[in-house]
Design a protein around this ligand. Structure first.
Ligand code: IMP
Length: 209
């Protein structure tokens, strides 16, 4: 197995977290060269697994023979039947137009859209989970997928300035903080992405020999 794995994400929040997670590893996690010039993969899967595999297979064809890791992730709110789910990155636009094939919305717009949906629900305690699925591919073929989840509750008043996306609304009871109040290291220890990444590292350790 090569000691280098390419990463296909342009989301700066995800890039920061993966970079921090890989900093003490022998394995190098390299951004896929020229990613911003490659037309984006069409994420039309119904599940995080499908979309992660679509992205990993698609981008791995841009770097023949190399290992490529892609992620699909999002937030699932129990009382919203799992929404925003696979539409997390474009939730505001999808709600606004009723059409799933939208470009991504900004984090603030998505957070406002989520708060508006939560405020229509009865009660004020809303269970939710974050899900991350990593897919590892080479030459257009998925080798494995890794799923991590983090369970929390949603606030309707944002708290904290770290993290990205829905983090200021995602309250993690075990630490009595939102994910936007955690350091990168704390977030990695508890987050969906940190868990999925640890599963990937276990797989990699077994297969690299
Ligand atoms: P993807 O790039 O299609 O996987 O979209 C993931 C979206 O889910 C992000 O744009 C965020 O809206 C949300 N999301 C996933 N992971 C996190 C996280 O760790 N913090 C905050 N929002 C997240």
């Amino acid at each position: 197995m090569p000691e280098k794995v390419y990463l296909a994400t342009t989301n700066p929040g995800k890039v920061r977290e993966f970079r921090e997670a890989a900093q003490s590893l022998a394995l190098t996690l390299e951004p896929l060269p020229g990613l911003d010039r490659i037309p984006p993969a069409v994420e039309d899967g119904q599940t995080f697994e499908q979309n992660a595999q679509i992205k990993a297979a698609y981008y791995s064809r841009c770097i023949p023979g190399e290992l490529l890791l892609a992620e699909d992730s999002g937030l699932a709110v129990d009382a919203l039947n799992g929404a925003p789910g696979v539409h997390s990155a474009r939730y505001a636009a999808v709600l606004h137009t009723g059409d799933a094939a939208q470009n991504n919305s900004g984090d603030q717009e998505n957070n406002r859209a989520l708060i508006a949906q939560l405020e229509r629900l009865p009660g004020n305690k809303h269970a939710a989970k974050y899900i991350s699925v990593l897919a590892l591919a080479r030459d257009g073929r998925t080798l494995a997928t890794f799923r991590g989840e983090a369970q929390g509750e949603l606030l309707t008043v944002p708290r904290g300035t770290q993290g990205f996306g829905y983090d200021p609304l995602f309250y993690f009871p075990a630490l009595k903080k939102t994910f936007a109040e955690l350091s990168l290291e704390q977030k990695r220890a508890h987050s969906h992405r940190g868990k999925a990444f640890r599963l990937f590292l276990e797989w990699y350790a077994q297969h690299r020999a």
